[in-house]
Write a new protein. Structure first.
Length: 120
């Protein structure tokens, strides 16, 4: 990690923790083009109607926190977010509670893991 990354707020200085409460779309990552986002959101709307997705939600367990949640309260989360180039396919979408989905926002799996580890 170089000084420029620290100045841009991309990485914490030695001994500091990342502040995930301010994680937003910004210059820290490139966003996917609007056409990709539009196409993948349409696929997600379609997938929500599939029997496969209904079965996933029917288990009633959040992928991230593992809590039992009423199936109708589970949301669809893209493990690799659409805005960061993720696609809507079975290997990249999981049911999760609204709390986890709201906290995860646009994080990649490694960023989410760092966030979860910071809570311990």
């Amino acid at each position: 990690m170089d000084t420029e990354e620290q100045e841009l707020g991309m990485e914490p200085e030695e001994g500091e923790q990342k502040d995930f409460s301010v994680f937003e779309m910004d210059e820290n990552f490139e966003t996917a083009d609007e056409e990709h986002v539009r196409r993948e959101k349409a696929k997600a709307r379609e997938m929500r109607q599939s029997q496969w997705w209904k079965n996933e939600c029917g288990r009633g367990i959040c992928y991230y926190c593992k809590r039992r949640i009423p199936p109708k309260e589970l949301t669809m989360d893209h493990i690799v977010p659409i805005i960061r180039g993720g696609c809507t396919r079975k290997g990249n979408v999981v049911p999760c509670c609204k709390d986890c989905n709201n906290k995860k926002k646009y994080m990649l799996p490694i960023e989410w893991q760092e966030y979860m580890d910071s809570l311990k």
